[in-house]
Design a protein around this ligand. Structure first.
Ligand code: UDX
Length: 439
């Protein structure tokens, strides 16, 4: 099938490259001409394990192309995926300006039947609005001559394991309003042999918001449990293990830490709260989920302040900046709030991240970026573990202890659960490990 993907950001690129690898001919489009120039030369603007290699392979096979023209791409395609950004407005609403622009441009260049598929995360009823925008903007000579369908096909890809998630999805959701649209989507994803949920577009849009909000709720629930664990001397890791073995609960997304970040959860929770408000329902539970998430960072800072006493002029070493491991993505990374708050108190920050330092340089001022964890440790009064990169697991802590001014580790991800850093002379503080209660 010939497919255009409009928007070559994270979602668009992963979707485009993966769709081409399962047999389709794909054109990835973006209005950022510089990005398209880089992609055409074989460069890739994001870090995602395995993606660059797959992209190069598909370009060589002549199954993957790049363009800055929606007109060119849509004229060559039967199916157009919309994967442009839907950032948050200050009031939490999803800003759908880019989606509307793309719908308008598709209308202007439509000469034959097209299936238009929303891939971006959008509030319920967006499909209907896209349809209306296309009808309103179709050139007069094409009105009542060309037909089209709008469908919703939300993505559930996690950064860092996006290719694996694409190839082995838990489920595929097709929100459609016609049999024809359903048939085309089934054909596109046929090689994946996944469980398929077919529904209307509004329900498909809701599935995406409800899923991400539910996962965020699981995390905030566990973060609240971690607060109690610290106060009563319980270990949140054992609590998560004991809870997670119940199949109705499941162990995943029960990791307490410094709160969820990234490009999806914070934005989607905000958008779902707003969608509920607008529909006349106050989703108070989700407002609390968001508050708990913010508090989790504040409480981590409080522990640091409590243990270090004076922050001013202390050198604080940070391991990990990305919002989670295996990505270079800094969007809504907990490290941003934490580092900026410590800088505000007068701390000197040294930091290292295996992949996110280039992006982090756009976010922070006055941070000393180091070549590795040992350079971070040198002369530091404490270490903060903010991203759970595998390479931080196996550090030589004896060497680190010799390099540091004071041997204190604040582990924001409970990465060192199996290490006994205390035996090596460290003061060690995890999240919800019961060690703040004095027991
Ligand atoms: C998420 C969804 O998982 C995915 O389905 C959707 O399509 C996009 O949003 P992603 O943002 O890549 O994916 O990351 P995810 O692995 O879900 O983690 C999100 C955030 O939650 C990260 O900041 C992570 O550190 C945090 N998290 C996750 C926890 O704090 N605890 C957990 O137990 C799991």
């Amino acid at each position: 099938m010939n497919i255009a993907i409009v928007g070559s950001g994270y979602v668009g690129l992963v979707t485009g490259i993966c769709l081409s690898s399962i047999g389709h001919t794909v054109i990835c489009v973006d209005n950022d001409e510089e990005k398209i120039r880089v992609l055409k030369k074989g460069g890739i603007p994001i870090y995602e394990p395995g993606l660059e290699e797959l992209m190069i392979q598909q370009v060589k096979k002549k199954k993957l192309f790049f363009s800055s023209s929606i007109k060119e791409a849509s004229s060559k395609s039967d199916v157009i995926f919309i994967a442009v950004g839907t950032p948050s407005k200050p009031n939490g609403d999803a800003d759908l300006t880019y989606v509307e622009n793309v719908a308008r441009e598709i209308a202007l260049s439509m000469t034959s039947y097209k299936l238009i598929v929303e891939k971006s995360t959008v509030p319920a009823e967006t499909g209907k609005r896209i349809e209306r925008t296309i009808i309103l903007n179709l050139p007069r000579k094409l009105k009542n001559k060309v037909t089209f369908d709008v469908a919703s096909n939300p993505e559930f890809l996690r950064e860092g394991s996006a290719i694996k998630d694409f190839m082995n999805p838990d489920r595929l959701v097709f929100g459609v309003e016609s049999k024809k649209a359903e048939k085309i989507l089934c054909e596109i994803y046929k090689p994946l042999k996944a469980h398929i949920v077919v529904t209307d577009t509004n329900s498909a849009e809701m599935i995406k918001h409800a899923s991400n909000s539910f996962l965020a709720t699981k995390i905030s629930f566990m973060n609240s449990v971690s607060q109690i664990c610290d106060r009563v001397g319980a270990d949140v890791l054992k609590v998560a293990e004991g809870m997670g073995l119940d199949k109705r609960i499941g162990r995943s997304f029960l990791n307490a830490g410094i709160g969820y970040g990234g490009s999806c959860f914070p934005k989607d929770v905000d958008a779902f709260i707003r969608l509920s408000e607008k529909s006349g329902y106050d989703f108070a539970l989700l407002r609390e989920v968001r508050r708990i998430n913010e508090d989790q960072r504040a409480s981590f800072l409080k522990i640091i302040e409590d243990k270090l006493w004076i922050i001013k002029n202390k050198t604080i070493g940070v391991l990990g900046l990305a919002f989670k491991a295996n990505t270079d993505d800094m969007r809504n990374a907990p490290s941003i709030d934490i580092i900026k708050a410590l800088q505000h108190e007068g701390a000197k920050i040294k930091a290292y991240d295996p992949k996110a330092m280039e992006n982090a340089k756009q976010v922070f001022e006055n941070v000393t970026f180091c070549a590795d964890a040992y350079s971070v440790a040198k002369g530091s009064d404490c270490l903060l573990l903010l991203t759970e990169w595998a390479e931080f697991k196996d550090l030589d802590f004896k060497r680190i202890a010799r390099l540091m001014k004071q041997s204190i580790v604040f582990d924001g991800r409970n990465l060192y659960k199996d290490h006994n850093l205390r035996d090596l002379g460290f003061e060690y503080f995890g999240i919800g490990r019961g060690n703040l209660s004095g027991k």
